[in-house]
Design a protein around this ligand. Structure first.
Ligand SMILES: Nc1ncnc2c1ncn2[C@@H]1O[C@H](COP(=O)(O)OP(=O)(O)O)[C@@H](O)[C@H]1O
Ligand SMILES: [Mg+2]
Length: 249
């Protein structure tokens, strides 16, 4: 069995000026694994996702993907090496159609994505999310919240990632819709042996689908645990998911 992690983050520190958003964060995701990053507002979840996607430069630490150090690979090249981010708040192009949004997901691959390849990817994504096939020519802004989240995930899948980063996909969705979205993620994760890293404040729902979890508090990993073990720990919500106090040392 290959026991090397697919994604390995080591000693990652990120600052925005005086604010230290991540402090010495280390985490791993194995191929085919779904891993949750849990934490309150301001804990550093988005910063971690953005740093792995190359959108924020780390002050220290390294990121390895499939054994290669990618810490300095520019953001626009990361889809090409297999990393796709579904950003917080979805960031869809709401005046464009569902199909146009999906095609923009392949755009990140650059010239290497020929017409035939884009078509093939589109078919795959529509097969994964049939609800998008039904609304292909609707404007993204006309979709329901759940459909918009599916579209944001579908757009990320257009680059056929090996690592999918999801930043708070449940935000603003009704509980039943959250379950639908997470169910779709589980199917994807199993079928494509995709590695999934999912940042959430909705810890119950996230732990129900994840294999392992990291709890982040004030930019530090404070718990690393199997999801089912953490699910049974009643203190996590109260102790670690409360509102942030202060980041100043
Ligand atoms: N662009 C930015 N400039 C300055 N501070 C930021 C910026 N983005 C995030 N922060 C700060 O970094 C910390 C972590 O934020 P973030 O990663 O967004 O946390 P989370 O996603 O867990 O809510 C917070 O204190 C936040 O205010
Ligand atoms: Mg965030």
């Amino acid at each position: 069995m290959n026991t090397a992690p697919f994604l390995s983050v080591s000693g990652l520190s990120v600052s925005y000026g005086q604010i230290r958003a991540l402090r010495d964060v280390s985490l791993r995701v194995f191929s085919g694994e779904m891993v949750a990053v849990l934490g309150a507002n301001g804990a550093g979840k988005s910063t971690l996702m953005k740093t792995i996607a190359g959108l924020v430069p780390p002050a220290a630490g390294s990121i390895e993907l499939d054994g290669q150090t990618i810490t300095k690979v520019p953001a626009h090249q990361r889809p090409g090496i297999g990393i796709a981010l579904v950003p917080e708040g979805r960031k869809l192009f709401t005046p464009l159609t569902v199909e146009q949004n999906l095609r923009l997901g392949a755009f990140s691959l650059g010239k290497s994505a020929g017409k035939a390849l884009v078509h093939e990817r589109l078919e795959e994504v529509l097969e994964t999310f049939p609800v998008l096939a039904d609304r292909l020519h609707a404007l993204a802004g006309e979709l329901s919240g759940g459909q918009q989240q599916m579209l944001a995930i579908g757009r990320a899948l257009m680059s056929k990632p090996r690592l999918l980063l999801l930043d708070e996909p449940s935000l603003g969705l009704a509980p039943r819709i959250v379950e639908d979205v997470f169910e779709a993620l589980l199917t994807l994760n199993g079928r494509r042996s995709l590695a999934v890293l999912i940042a959430e404040q909705n810890i119950r729902e996230a732990l129900a689908v994840a294999d392992r979890a990291y709890v982040v508090q004030l930019g530090k990993v404070v718990i690393e645990e199997d999801a089912d073990v953490l699910f049974d720990r009643s203190d996590v919500e109260d102790v670690y998911m409360g509102r942030r106090s202060d980041l100043v040392d």
